[in-house]
Design a protein around this ligand. Structure first.
Ligand SMILES: NC(=O)C1=CN([C@@H]2O[C@H](COP(=O)(O)OP(=O)(O)OC[C@H]3O[C@@H](n4cnc5c(N)ncnc54)[C@H](OP(=O)(O)O)[C@@H]3O)[C@@H](O)[C@H]2O)C=CC1
Ligand SMILES: O=C/C=C/c1ccc(O)c(O)c1
Length: 397
């Protein structure tokens, strides 16, 4: 019988040692709970991303920065246990953190792009050992019995458990990576190859796999094909990197003229189009094999679908409020509008290995915890290239 996976975070809440301005956050005393381990689980303490998208929600009375500050502190204070200190934690606050689904359970500890070092392994763990560098992504459990799980497409298991704000098989609400450590079944843990910078690894576990999956599924790893990337953010910049590594002709479709130079000269995109410029969009019509739509906000779909060749595919990975498409945008040219969500465990490990071999690294800005409010401000203003990563360990030194 497979052992049950759990994600369990910091042991005890303590007064946090880092000053955070009054009114910006509120401490949660009961955010943590005792850690338990079972066979088959590894303990990971890590770096986590931070990507808030709506400022007000971040200061929601029950969403609390100190929740994870406290967790991070507690990690170093638990005696007698080998654990992985949380080192970097990219800031990502997504739909759940914002309670857009109205299902958030508080206190809420986010963080679903996690990278760290294994400090403890359960007796049944086969593939990991102490000291391994590992990542944990969007989900930490699934039924392990359905067709999707048996195909290692656990991301489509109807019982998959989100890394935070999910209800695990034992009824507990999961807490994410803004924490001292995470205990996770090895199935949902990915090996980071030797030499891969740990502080850059966390975004692979969500941003990376989310764009890699539809690109592979739609055979966009064939050199010479043309790729459009809507939205140059955490996901979009990874799509550009994968596109170039696959030998594609990459066009960035952005709302921000200010990103042109970076897209072309740093990320290596072949073309950059401001989506509000009708002439630029017109010149691209019927030219793209595939588009990956990473835009986080509402936007029209018809102008982008018009850029696809006959039988071209646009894969939606972002979560706009709604999709409105004129039927002719799909019927004429037999175009497809598809969707995708993160990726399975096999594909995730494959993607990480691909990144290591091809030296594909997410662009991150490593920050300490006391920079959190400035980071928030900059995130709101889309001023980050392309993930803030919190160096938790150093923040407490
Ligand atoms: N399907 C899945 O499995 C997953 C989905 N997501 C979703 O993907 C989306 C992107 O995430 P992430 O990359 O981290 O977010 P970021 O905030 O890092 O980037 C999103 C980018 O979208 C563009 N954008 C924002 N608003 C609009 C708008 N109204 N119209 C057009 N473009 C817009 C901007 O790029 P620019 O300035 O270039 O226009 C922005 O930089 C989010 O909706 C997120 O929830 C995230 C992870 C997994
Ligand atoms: O089931 C849907 C999950 C989507 C998702 C995963 C990760 C992330 O950052 C999101 O914004 C959405």
């Amino acid at each position: 019988m497979p052992s049950q996976a759990r994600v369990l975070l910091g042991e005890r809440a303590r007064p946090h040692p880092v000053g955070v301005p009054e009114g910006r956050c509120r401490a949660i005393a009961d955010a943590n709970r005792g850690g338990r381990r079972e066979e088959g689980e590894v303990v990971v303490i890590a770096y986590v991303t931070f990507v808030p998208k709506a400022r007000d929600d971040l200061f929601d009375q029950q969403f609390s920065w100190p929740a994870w500050l406290l967790n991070a502190r507690a990690a170093t204070a638990v005696p007698g246990q080998q654990m992985i200190p949380l080192e970097y934690s990219p800031l990502t606050v997504s739909t759940w953190t914002r309670n857009l689904h109205h299902d958030s359970v508080y206190p809420l500890v986010p963080g679903h792009e996690i990278a760290g070092v294994v400090t403890e392994v359960g007796s049944d763990v086969m593939d990991f050992k102490l000291g391994d560098h590992v990542a944990v992504g969007t989900y930490i459990n699934s039924c392990r019995d359905c067709d999707n799980c048996n195909s290692l497409l656990e991301n489509h298991c109807s019982n998959f458990v989100f890394t935070f704000n999910g209800v695990d098989t034992d009824g507990t609400v999961t807490k994410g990576g803004y924490s001292s450590h995470i205990v996770v079944h090895e199935r949902y843990c990915y090996k980071i190859p030797d030499g891969y910078p740990l502080e850059k690894a966390a975004p692979l576990a969500c941003a990376g796999i989310t764009v890699y999956t539809p690109m592979i599924r739609h055979n966009m790893n064939q050199p010479g094909k043309s790729l459009g990337v809507i939205g140059l953010g955490g996901l979009g910049h990874m799509a550009v990197k994968f596109g170039k590594a696959f030998g594609l002709n990459v066009t960035v479709l952005s709302t921000s003229e200010s990103k042109r130079d970076e897209a072309i000269n740093l990320l290596g995109a072949d073309n950059f189009v401001v989506s509000s410029d009708k002439n630029q969009m017109e010149s691209l019509k019927n030219s793209l094999d595939f588009i990956v739509d990473t835009a986080s906000g509402d936007h029209p779909f018809d102008p982008y679908l018009a850029l696809l060749k006959v039988r071209g595919v646009m894969a939606l990975v972002g979560f706009p409020g709604e999709i409105r498409v004129h039927p002719a945008s799909l019927n004429l040219g037999a175009r497809t509008l598809s969707g995708s969500v993160v990726g399975g465990t096999k594909d995730t490990q494959e993607m990480i290995n691909f990144c290591a071999v091809n030296k594909i690294y997410p662009n991150v800005e490593v920050i300490k915890i006391d920079y959190i409010n400035e980071a928030l401000e900059r995130l709101v203003n889309r001023d980050v290239k392309y993930r803030f990563v919190i160096d938790i360990e150093s923040s407490f030194k």
